[in-house]
Design a protein around this ligand. Structure first.
Ligand SMILES: Nc1ncnc2c1ncn2[C@@H]1O[C@H](COP(=O)(O)OP(=O)(O)OP(=O)(O)O)[C@@H](O)[C@H]1O
Ligand SMILES: [Mg+2]
Length: 487
């Protein structure tokens, strides 16, 4: 690293730090703030002339004006490779159990560990021969990971046609050893490792074609599958007032939904809840495989007590991991709980940047951020004709259960199914508290459209009858109305 890639702090507002620098700073690059022996990770989110403004992923108390900042020139990235399954990460992809081993249960700031152990060995089997013509995302070989074949693919960032100039024979390799070499169209050579890194905010698009989500995804939740189906590669949201059962509904979906891999992005939820999930998860036996459920899940955990900026990165890291497994032809389900907390983190940062606020002080780009997050879902045909999908389900927790607030509205514009929870139903302990009168889905389900409409009609009639009964009592209700009510 050259001397010029450095700067000095000129302003600190909460977790927003500005630094004066002569270097050519890249938007969204990672910078480290040097505070004594600590190196605090941050991301450049705005550049004005030679002033770089960064969001720091750690508590910033104690930082001083004039302290040094080191710019890395690399975008905020995620490590993709074998060993992700079964892991519990924080928003910056630090494995939490290892972090606890390293520094006890009270997390220290400025400690960053390897997301994937570079020491452990994986049994690699090549699938192509030297001289093969490849493109980014094509399969080079595989290693076994839990119950899956984890395909090792040509790095996604390489452009154009690639020639395989060398490939290692079948054997055991660590993540540090190059297992192949590719030559690009310009004659440059690139080593291929079992692991690759990818900038989290850019979608992985090394596939042939994005298809329309049409095939239903079985969640095993009767109300959802019958009346408000979710499609493989589709998107859905679960808004509901506090304590209406959003988290429980997502946990049930994570266990029973018919997908290969589940990624859980716990974003700004209570720490106690997260601890419970982490404790109970390894004990749960997967109804599909008979093995622990944690063998096919990845958990990104950012509780409300952790720094807000890391929430944003946690959500994107989770999506990038989802896209990575989709590239292997697997069906992936990403559950984000809750996207409102993520939006609040955005609002906090936007306030510190003194941007002009939009509705309810959320930034003006709230809608486009939410849209671009859900747009990363999808069912795709890969270049070898296999199909992979990434389905995204997010919960929204609007204050007071008011669905007219900006986050719910922005989410509704982009998702394909809406499962609105109602306070009335959850108070009556009718779980899942999905309100059939306000919920909808654009995806085709198992049930014929006509019958589905009939179902909705009956529900509406029954609701009307119930409302009427409140006024005129049971005696005054006609028999057909009463039957509708009972339905
Ligand atoms: N399907 C269910 N079956 C039984 N009990 C449920 C169910 N769903 C929710 N509950 C009950 O409701 C409580 C609150 O649920 P949950 O934590 O999922 O709410 P939430 O909507 O995520 O709340 P918050 O907005 O505070 O995160 C649970 O602790 C549980 O007692
Ligand atoms: Mg919850």
């Amino acid at each position: 690293m050259t001397e010029q890639r450095k700067g000095r702090i000129t302003k600190i507002i909460g977790n927003m730090v500005a630094a004066q620098t002569d270097a050519h700073i890249i938007q969204n690059e990672v910078a480290f703030i040097l505070h004594g022996k600590e190196r605090l990770k941050s991301e450049v989110i705005r550049i004005r002339g030679n002033l770089a403004e960064m969001q720091v992923f750690e508590n910033t108390s104690g930082l001083k004006i004039g302290e040094e900042v080191e710019f890395t020139g690399e975008l905020l990235s995620v490590d993709l490779g074998p060993g992700l399954l079964g892991q519990i990460f924080d928003g910056l992809q630090n494995p939490l159990p290892d972090l606890a081993k390293e520094c006890g249960f009270f997390l220290k700031r400025g400690v960053y560990l390897e997301a994937l152990s570079s020491e452990s060995k994986w049994e690699f089997t090549p699938l192509v021969k030297s001289g093969a013509r490849l493109r980014a995302g094509d399969r080079i070989g595989f290693v076994p990971e839990k119950i899956f074949k984890h395909y090792i693919m040509a790095p996604f960032h390489l452009a154009g046609h690639l020639e395989l100039t060398r490939i290692s024979p079948k054997g055991s390799y660590s993540l540090k050893e190059p297992i192949a070499q590719l030559k690009d169209e310009e004659g440059r050579f690139h080593d291929v490792f079992l692991k690759q890194t990818w900038p989290i905010k850019i979608p992985i698009q090394a596939y042939a074609e994005k298809l329309k989500p049409q095939e239903p995804l079985v969640t095993k939740m009767r109300l959802i599958d019958s009346l408000f189906p979710v499609a493989r590669g589709g998107t859905y949201c679960v808004p509901g007032p506090f304590g209406a059962g959003k988290t429980v509904l997502q946990q049930l979906t994570s266990r029973h939904a018919e997908v290969d891999i589940v990624i859980i992005a716990a974003c700004g939820e209570r720490a106690g809840e997260a601890v419970e999930t982490l404790k109970t998860f390894p004990e749960i036996i997967d109804p599909r495989t008979g093995k622990p459920l944690s063998e096919r899940t990845v958990i990104m955990c950012n509780t409300s007590s952790m720094p807000v900026a890391a929430r944003e990165s946690g959500v994107y890291t989770a999506v990038a991991i989802g896209e990575y497994y989709r590239q292997m032809g697997l069906n992936v389900l990403l559950l984000a709980d809750s996207t409102s907390r993520w939006a609040q983190a955005m609002r906090e940062m936007s306030g510190r940047l003194e941007e002009i606020p939009g509705e309810e002080a959320f930034p003006a780009y709230l809608e486009s951020r939410i849209a671009s997050f859900y747009e990363r879902a999808g069912i795709v045909r890969l270049r070898d004709a296999s199909i992979g999908s990434l389905t995204i389900g997010g919960t929204v927790s609007p204050a007071g259960g008011n669905f007219d607030e900006p986050v719910t509205q922005a989410t509704l514009k982009v998702v394909g199914a809406f499962h609105g929870l109602s306070r009335e139903r959850s108070d009556a302990r009718r779980y899942p508290a999905i309100d059939p009168l306000i919920s909808w889905s654009k995806y085709p389900g198992f049930i014929e459209e006509k019958q589905e409409d009939r179902g909705h009609q009956i529900l509406r009639k029954s609701y009307e009858a119930a409302q009427m009964m409140k006024v005129i009592g049971e005696e005054g209700t006609s028999l057909p109305d009463y039957i509708d009510y009972l339905k």
